[in-house]
Design a protein around this ligand. Sequence first.
Ligand code: FAD
Length: 492
Amino acid sequence: MKKYDIIIIGGGVIGCMTARALSRFDLKILLIERESDIGMGASSANSAIVHAGHDPMPGSLKAEMNRLANPMWTQVSEELGIPFKRCGAYIVAVGEEEYGCLAALKERSEKNGVQTELISAEEMRKREPMINPSTSGALFTPTAGMVDPFAACVASIENAIENGVEVLTGTAFTGFIMEGKKITGIHTSLGDFACRWVVNAAGTYSDEVMHAAGVRPDFKVTPRRGEYYLLDKAEVEMNNILFPVPSAVSKGILVLGSTHGNVLVGPNSQSTDDKENKSVTPDGLAEIWQGAQKLVPSITPRTIIAVFAGLRATGNAVCLTPGVNYHNDFVIERATEVEGLINLAGIESPGFTAAPAIAQRVTELLADGGETLVEKQGWNPIRKTRPRFNHLSREEQAALVAKDPRYGRIVCRCEMITEGEIVAEIHAPLPARTYDAIKRRTWLGTGRCLGSFDMPRVVELLAHELNLPVTAISKKGPGSEFLLRPTKEVEA
Ligand SMILES: Cc1cc2nc3c(=O)[nH]c(=O)nc-3n(C[C@H](O)[C@H](O)[C@H](O)COP(=O)(O)OP(=O)(O)OC[C@H]3O[C@@H](n4cnc5c(N)ncnc54)[C@H](O)[C@@H]3O)c2cc1C
């Protein structure tokens, strides 16, 4: 049986950033992800905001992790070479009653150590010309920002791999191997692996992983689905993050720009018992459209190019801070019932923001648990980036094409993605092996045609570079292959 010091279950942002943080130390680490690629859960279907921290309950772990992590994103994004804009965010009031709520939000923000500024209706209209003209003012949180969420996952795991971490995708955790109360390994769909520590970063399944070790039987994750519209960047432009005044259960339906230039509308919040249900519904979509029009009445449905949904891993953990009455806190702990398990569970929003601080906390939990953390010689926090053709000047583009003519062949015309970039992703430290893996890494196929021009060429490139038949190339893993047989071949 192959032996590791630490096995991380789950390749979302929490698992990937934890792998990167631990790759600094002289440890043998494996990350397993059951899907065909990392970042296919909540980590790539969210609002992509690095929250300032105005919203979490003061005294909760959510508030603490948000406060610690927010400033870390400047360094993290520079080291990983990922898009991040610290543009600030606005909580926009419409009408006098909502304006009255901003004072309470300001007070909560201050308790969380978050800088805020109340701005007038006139100033809000100046800063965002598309805002509802009936706005009565806003609370501005200057430290909020927008990030490319999938880039953050892929860049952190690539950096971890460059520093020695091993990754197995398409590998599901199925149970623990225990000696008494001590975890000594795990069973997976790809066989057994021995280890001294397991880090549970399984998102909506984090409760089931805990239960498999007999830990916290009362802890339950009940996913809350959030639906979104993605708008055509050629039609709508916005560089701001606009929140409504929040409700008791969510931060409300937002309208916001993104690092890719598209505007996002959503999410709503619907509890579901189905951990796989990422469908969108007519009622849900109507709800988010109505919510969006409250903030930006001028947006029109003809600008919509895609819909999607993500599942928040809402847990029922009670906040441990005395005097704080809160029931959906993060779980970030070394299990006390068994030896060798760290649980990162119930990591709903602001979990993406919190990821670098949670990863740092894991190193502290390991040290407290008796693990000697020796810094590896030659550890390199800088991830090697690959050229993005449409971000280059004409001169840089010409130089790149002269060096490698594949950068001169445009495969996705809306996003200007070249053959050179696609091939580079297929041979990256974590190889992109499906159409969606290429799409998430390059943003190819996200314009008006939604990939109808580029898809056949991408399938050919994947088949050629991976030395596979075209019939083996899939959208997102086994079962989603594009092609069954040549058209002229008689069906068996
Ligand atoms: C609608 C919505 C909006 C949000 N907006 C924001 C926001 O703007 N800002 C913010 O900070 N946060 C936001 N969040 C929260 C944020 O997205 C999550 O907190 C974060 O992505 C959680 O990361 P994770 O790694 O814990 O979970 P995930 O990304 O879900 O990763 C868990 C991984 O574990 C894998 N896994 C599960 N079971 C197994 C198994 N048995 N074996 C192997 N692998 C397994 C899954 O396949 C998955 O890839 C939002 C979430 C949603 C849903």
